[in-house]
Ligand binder design. Sequence first.
Ligand SMILES: [Zn+2]
Length: 328
Amino acid sequence: MAIVTSKEMFAKAYNGGYAIGAFNVNNMEIIQGITEAAIEEKAPLILQVSSGARKYAKHVYLMKLIEAAIEDAEQTAGFDLPIVVHLDHGDSFELCKSCIDGGFSSVMIDKSGLPIEENIKITKQVVEYAHDHGVVVEAELGTLAGVEDEVKVKAEDSSYTRPEDVQHFVEATGCDSLAIAIGTSHGAYKFTAAQCTRNEKGILVPPPLRFDILDEVSKRLPGFPIVLHGSSSVPQEYVKMINDNGGKMPDAVGIPEEQLRQAARGAVCKINIDSDLRLAMTGTIRQYFNEHPDHFDPRQYLKPARANIKELVKHKLVDVLGCAGKAQ
Ligand SMILES: [Zn+2]
C-alpha cells in the first residue's frame, strides 16, 4: 500500500468511536519503533513531520525512511499498513506547498495566531492547492499554550476555540479536519504547579479538558473530524527514569489518558503525541548510560530506546486511541 490520505481513516474513526495516533518522527529509530507497533497492532497510522524535523533530518531522508517502513510492513508482515504522511504546524503556504510537492498526503496550515479572517484567507489558499493535488488539510482555531519546536505560546496568550466560529471557518476554508483548543498543551510542562492540584502521592493533577467546548463544536460540525494537539500524557515512570539518571524535569505533567480515551470516543479522530516518545527515548538512553558507562556503540543504547518507543506506542494504540485492529 502506498501513502494514503486520512479521508477514509477519519470517516471510519468517527463512526467507530476511536482516534488515529499522529506521532512525530525525526529519525530511523523513532519511525521503526512507531511503525513496528502499528504493524503488530494492525493500526492505521499518521506519521507527522514538523518544520523542525524537516530541518533536522531533511525532507528526503524522512520520506525515504517512511517509504522503507511501508515496504518493510508488506515484506515482513505481509500486511498493508495504511500510513498518512502529515506536515505538523505548517506556518506558510510555501512550506505546505513544498511538502505537498514532496509527497506528503496531508498538511496542517496553522494560522491560529492570526485574526480569524486572515486565518481563513491563508487556509483557503492551502486547501485549494492541496485538493488540486489530492492532499488533505488540517487547520486550527483557538491557540494552545506550550512549546513544540518552533511553536511557542505563553499560557496568557492561549485561548480556547470559540464554538460559534467553527461552522463559518470550515465552510469558508474547505479544510478537511480542524484542530481545536480545549485545554491540551504542547510539550512536557503542560501546566504550571499553580494550575494543578496534587493527589495523595504529591503528583500534579492537571485541570480537566473542556469537554463542553468539544461537545458544542461537534454539534455544530456533525460528522466532521476534530484533532487534538499537545496530547502527550507525560508518563511519570519515564519522568522518574530521567530524573533518577541525572536528568532534571521537575513537575513535568501531561493530559490524563482516560480523558484522551473519552475524546477519542467522540468527534476527535486524530490525537497528536510527541513528548511521550521523547521522554521514553531519553529516559531509556539516560538509564542505559548510567548502567553501562563503558559502552560507546550507539546501537547499544538506541536499540532499547527503539524498543521502549514501540511499547509506548502499542499502549497508546490499544488503551488510549482504541485504533488497534482497525487497519484490516
Ligand atoms: Zn501541535
